[in-house]
Design a protein around this ligand. Sequence first.
Ligand code: NAG
Length: 282
Amino acid sequence: MYQSLLVVPSLVGLAAAQICGLQFDGRIPATLGVAGFDVPNQFFSESNVFGAGLSFSQLIQLPAISGSLFDINTVPIEVTISDDSVFNGQTGFRRAELLPASNSGTDPSTTGIKTLHFSLAKDDTRPLNLSHEYQLVFLESNDFSTNQFVLKTGTILGGDATVNPDTLQLFGNVNQNPPQLLFSVPFLSGVFHNFAVTLDFDALTTQVFFSAGTDPLEAVTQVIPNDVGGQGQFHFGLLKKPTDGVGDITRNGFQEDGIDEGIIYGGIFQEDSSTGCISLDP
Ligand SMILES: *[C@@H]1O[C@H](CO)[C@@H](O)[C@H](O)[C@H]1NC(C)=O
């Protein structure tokens, strides 16, 4: 069912248990509660990214479902968007994204060799509108000139019109024309999709690992040349693009009214893979 390009773990010392050093940890204990996202905390920035006048406690949900692969004593969190999710005057977009608290844009999460882990699932009560393009996880460079990788779903602007929009598509640096599709997989209901993305900020490569549900991760690509330079910040949430946009789509294009859409995230953390260490299961 899943499209694996090639299963070749190319780094030595793949870890069966989670023993790698952590760069950041965005796994949320149930005790944090949604109000905990509004004040400085060790997990995510309390001040970005959400619509003007909102706060994270108004848009984060704590769905009553079991944790993802790497949530041991931690809980999944849902990021939602509404008509009020207009960030920084970007009326063409609807946005709500979590940024790791320690991820300033120039910190060590974008140096050396790091593996970013995240899991995501649908909320069937808050479906996305697949006529639109959504960015669900991405690294935005520190000068805001590119995304070095981005996980998208829906109808991707300028994308391959033959692809089912209900697909998770992981692209490399979007300044490449066209961007390189690293991996894609159907976006199913009722199951977590677990990703690990090894980013070599020296060799400028990316390798993707994937599993569904509680299965251990497997390499689904080789080490692929991809320009991950330029540091920046990791985003987890929804960036919904407009339809019918022309010119600057941050401000132009169509967004329907009355939306209530969300994606469930779990198991967000980053580990140090400079010695080849990658956690394939907890
Ligand atoms: C999906 O989005 C399009 C474009 O914004 C809109 O015309 C349509 O009504 C939406 N469909 C649903 C089911 O909300």
